[in-house]
Design a protein around this ligand. Structure first.
Ligand SMILES: *Cc1c(COP(=O)(O)O)cnc(C)c1O
Length: 409
């Protein structure tokens, strides 16, 4: 059985351990929810303060001279290595659902002889709403099929225009084989859009090697860009200038300050920008990305797997038979979270939060725990399990206070 001392030893030899001090964290809180909202880094905080104090406050509209307009592409280039994209293929703007709308709309203008879009019935609800809405406005009849992803091979025919999947399942933490699936989709003549919300900053990604057409992801989860941080989109170079942004705005125009009434898209991925960059959000994300200069994705992945292995082993040792471990045990199918199924999942998470162990509940019956190697320690994993054991032994989750669900779970 793994001891707390062994966890301490793992922390002592952990190359990523010093990065924890780059974050503002309360040592009394075990934060296993960085997959939902990452914590503040010192660099993110100071970048926002600096932007306000030295640029916005002093320079006012002249502040745009600091390259604010180039913020979406500059940050896109900064983020690109994390997903294996090349320079000039990523922009940071809007939020994820909006960026998915742009990519879906753009993609559906291609493959005009096809009338089916496939997505996963287990996908995040927002993804499903937006794909249905964009398909309904595509200018030709399109059927959106939300399928069980295990049936993809059977459903993928020559009527499919686009496949949109989320790479790491937000509920179960299952990771899909991006390269193999993209290949299959291309073999069927369809286009591939990946949602990387639970992958970016969590697992190594290589959209170039996988020959992905389009992708998008969040800034506020594993990238720690702050609540509602701008999201990012990826458009493979070969699609740029061909696939159009269905939400055109002045900042995607070739000459925004000519105030022309005719729309002419800017060259490259800039065409997918619509509006003025949200500079405070970009500043926070820019600062948040600093920590990635000190860690490689391979280091992060190795520690993530060690942590999720440890958590699962401790659940199996100390809570045997109480939970179903929903997350795949095979490393190549696991993201950076662990999902445990239990009928009383909501109450269990609430009781843990009262004990300063923060995970989250995902309906109907999942306790979800995110493992974020930049700032979590092995000893945190151990201590979280201690609290979970206490919640289960005391049956604290049965408390009547946990009968009514909060608005944000
Ligand atoms: C978190 C998440 C979103 C959130 O989208 P926003 O529009 O940025 O709020 C969308 N899709 C998936 C799969 C997610 O995990």
């Amino acid at each position: 059985m793994t001891s707390r001392e062994e966890c301490r030893a793992l922390d002592a030899s952990d190359e990523l351990a010093p990065i924890r001090s780059d974050f503002i964290l309360d040592d009394a809180v075990l934060y296993l929810d960085g997959n939902s909202l990452g914590p503040v880094s010192k660099a993110a905080r100071s970048r926002v303060h600096e932007l306000i104090d030295t640029q916005w406050a002093q320079e006012l509209v002249r502040g745009w001279g600091n390259g604010w307009m180039q913020g979406p592409t500059r940050l896109g280039n900064r983020l690109a290595p994390l997903i294996g994209a090349r320079q000039g293929e990523v922009v940071v703007a809007d939020t994820l659902t909006i960026l998915l709308a742009k990519l879906i709309g753009g993609a559906l203008d291609q493959r005009r002889d096809r009338h089916v879009v496939l997505t996963d019935v287990a996908n995040f609800h927002s993804d499903i709403y937006i794909v249905r809405a964009m398909a309904a406005r595509a200018g030709r009849p399109i059927t959106v099929k939300a399928i069980e992803r295990s049936t993809l091979d059977q459903v993928l025919g020559d009527d499919v225009a686009l496949v949109m999947l989320t790479h790491v399942d937000f509920r179960t933490g299952e990771m899909l084989d991006m390269k193999a699936i993209t290949q299959k989709v291309h073999d069927a003549g369809a286009l591939m859009l990946w949602d990387l919300a639970h992958s970016t900053g969590a697992v190594p990604l290589d959209v170039t090697d996988a020959d992905v057409d389009f992708a998008a992801g969040c800034g506020y989860k594993y990238l720690n860009g702050g609540p509602g941080a701008p999201a990012f989109l990826y458009v493979r170079t070969s699609w740029q200038g061909i696939v159009e942004n269905p939400l055109p705005g002045w900042l995607g125009h070739a000459r925004p300050f000519d105030f022309e009434l005719g729309y002419e898209p800017a060259p490259g991925v800039q065409a997918f920008v619509t509006s003025s960059p949200s500079m405070l959000g970009l500043a926070a994300l820019d600062g948040a990305l600093d920590v990635w200069d000190r860690a490689t994705m391979d280091q992060v992945r190795a520690k993530s797997l060690a942590m999720t292995d440890l958590f699962i082993a401790l659940v199996q040792e100390r809570l045997a038979g109480l939970f179903e471990v929903v997350t795949p045990l095979e490393h190549h199918r696991r993201g950076s979270q662990v999902a445990l199924r239990h009928d009383q999942a909501y109450g269990i998470i609430q009781a843990l939060i009262e004990r300063n162990v923060i995970g989250d509940f995902r309906a109907p019956d999942i306790c979800r725990f995110g493992f974020t190697p930049l700032y979590l320690r092995f000893v945190d994993v151990y201590d979280a399990i201690e609290q979970l054991v206490s919640v289960m032994e005391s049956e604290a989750y049965r408390d009547e206070r946990f009968v009514v669900r909060k608005a944000v779970t």
